[in-house]
Write a protein that binds this ligand. Structure first.
Ligand code: ACO
Length: 163
């Protein structure tokens, strides 16, 4: 018997809904930093039958650039294309808002994330040296590598607007 996958929806998080901290903390272990950028950000969620299974946070970096500050997918749903779906959706939001570029920062140790972002057309444009060692109280390790620097990856949107 074939199992039917329930449809996934994408929407801005309703102001009255609880902030999905358990997901946001998967991407960023500092609640203090999260609360800081949430003050100016828009939160979008992917839902399946009313369950929030993914979150993505957009922060206005300048008049022309928006930054994905946080992206996370519930562990049971990872590896099924939902991260890709969330990024493709916020690229559409940025295009609708006439943004010229969209960027995302991730650690030097986040190998899988670097794979995903580059596959979606993001290119490394900056390195913030010692970002993780300077801003987080605890040392962070992933894939046996210490997170020290933040790699900033940017996707230009102008070409897509002209197509
Ligand atoms: N390791 C290896 N490859 C990965 C990883 C990983 N950790 N994550 C994604 N990929 C690859 C997949 O193999 C896939 O590649 P393919 O298209 O060649 O098959 C591609 O990326 C797309 O994968 P998805 O299934 O769309 O990714 P997923 O739904 O798992 O979402 C995410 C990716 C958001 C990173 C998720 O794994 C997650 O929530 N991780 C924990 C939180 C996190 O690290 N967030 C990012 C921090 S940086 C920031 O928030 C700005």
């Amino acid at each position: 018997m074939k199992v039917k996958m329930q449809p996934i929806t994408f929407a801005k998080l309703d102001q009255h809904c609880q902030i999905p901290y358990e997901l946001l903390l998967l991407a960023d272990p500092s609640k203090e930093l999260i609360d800081n950028y949430l003050k100016q950000s828009e939160i979008f969620v992917a839902k399946q039958t009313n369950e929030i299974i993914g979150v993505i946070v957009l922060f206005p970096l300048s008049a022309e650039t928006v930054e994905i500050k946080n992206i996370a997918v519930k562990p049971a749903f990872q590896g099924q294309g939902i991260g890709r779906y969330l990024i493709e959706k916020v690229v559409q939001v940025a295009l609708l808002n006439q943004q010229k570029s969209i960027c995302i920062g991730t650690a030097n140790s986040s190998i899988g994330q670097l794979h995903l972002y580059q596959k979606l057309g993001f290119e490394i444009t900056d390195i913030k040296r010692n970002f993780f060692t300077d801003n987080y109280a605890e040392a962070i390790y992933e894939n046996g590598i210490q997170a020290k620097d933040m790699l900033v990856l940017t996707k230009q949107l102008i070409d897509e607007q002209e197509q």
